[in-house]
Design a binder for this molecule. Structure first.
Ligand SMILES: [Zn+2]
Length: 343
């Protein structure tokens, strides 16, 4: 998810969310760790997470004996508690990283010794320095692990966050943390050039960000900032075949294969509705010698979007995000079909 959304959220955090948070803290002072840490069954959502994540400093959800999903405002991190230290997937940004550190302190006194960068988008990585400092304060050195593609992107963008200390060169590859094996594979899903999935093998937890948004349907604009649609669908079908019980998708609730299926069904519906509109609406009617070809194309795309949205409305119109988000999904589908599909 691009950082703009989070910046907006961070700005809100300075005003209305601060008020909300303060009000919640005052009215629910007894929120206990026990309440937040009972384990989920695969396929189950954290109750009321869609609101709690904005009204509590952090939400901790235990997934397995050692693995947790931590949600702070819009974003999620994965936390694995070892015997000597803690492994964290994504430090988050805009101060949310402090929420992750506070959440870990509510679970264990062990220091965070290992931090993973999942992909270069700074909305998930901007607070990495907080983790370097927190480790130093506990007398530990922080190992920062990144796939080669992520390390390369971090460098290209000027290393505004701490440089990875350990690069996973092979793809697919793996690394170990206190006996835990983490399988690492680049996804080619086109969310970002370096987006990578991480499977905590013994835990059966998958950390794979920014394609589906479990429970938070419809997804973020343009199918979560996608460039090409078909590679994302291919990746998601592949992800379903891996051996995991819980998905941390970086945003939204704890995910399962049902969330992936729902997303793929949406993509297919948007493709069908948009493809039909592209086939039925005649481009020629928008040609006007008094203007310019891009004016005609824009008018054509508007007409396609309007027809496709009306086709999708009976099935998805009740979603509170329909009027906000569906047009962006149709638009990215229009550009994909224009490039890749005969109609
Ligand atoms: Zn991203």
């Amino acid at each position: 998810m691009p950082r703009l959304f989070s910046q907006t959220r961070a700005l809100l955090g300075a005003t209305s969310f601060a008020v909300l948070t303060a009000a919640t803290l005052l009215t629910t002072p007894s929120l206990s760790h026990a309440e937040t840490s009972s384990k989920l069954q695969p396929g189950q959502y954290v109750e009321n997470l869609a609101m709690r994540r904005y009204t509590e400093p952090f939400v901790v959800q235990q997934l397995t004996d050692r693995t947790y999903m931590v949600s702070v405002s819009t974003h999620n991190a994965t936390v694995y508690v070892g015997d000597a230290g803690v492994l964290v997937f994504d430090p988050l940004s805009y101060g949310y990283g402090q929420g992750v550190l506070d959440a870990i302190s509510s679970i264990t006194d062990l220091p965070v010794t290992d931090l993973v960068y999942s992909h270069y988008h700074l909305d998930h990585l901007g607070d990495a320095q907080l983790f370097v400092d927190a480790a130093a304060a506990k007398g530990a050195d922080l190992r920062i692990i990144a796939p080669a593609a992520v390390a390369s992107q971090v460098e290209k963008y000027g290393n505004v966050i701490p440089v990875p200390t350990d690069v996973v060169e092979n793809d697919p590859g793996s690394f170990s943390f206190e006996g835990l094996t983490v399988y690492v594979e680049g996804t080619a899903d086109t969310h970002s050039i370096d987006n990578t999935l991480f499977l905590l093998e013994q835990e059966r937890v998958l950390h794979y960000l920014d394609t589906v948004e479990p429970e938070d349907f419809l997804p973020y604009f343009r199918f979560v900032g996608l460039l090409d649609i078909a590679p994302m669908e291919e990746t998601l079908r592949y992800v379903k075949t891996l051996e995991w019980d819980f998905l941390n998708a970086g945003h939204g609730n704890v995910g399962s294969r049902a969330d992936i299926d729902k997303h793929l069904e949406l993509v297919a519906d948007v493709r069908n509705a948009t493809g039909a509109a592209l086939g039925q609406i005649k481009f020629e009617q928008f040609i006007n010698p008094a203007t310019d070809v891009l004016v005609w194309v824009n008018a054509f795309h508007d007409a396609v979007a309007e027809q496709a949205i009306e086709t999708l409305r009976p099935k998805y119109g009740e979603d509170r995000r329909f009027d906000a988000a569906m047009r962006s999904h149709v638009e990215v589908m229009t550009s994909n079909l224009a490039y890749f599909h005969k109609h």
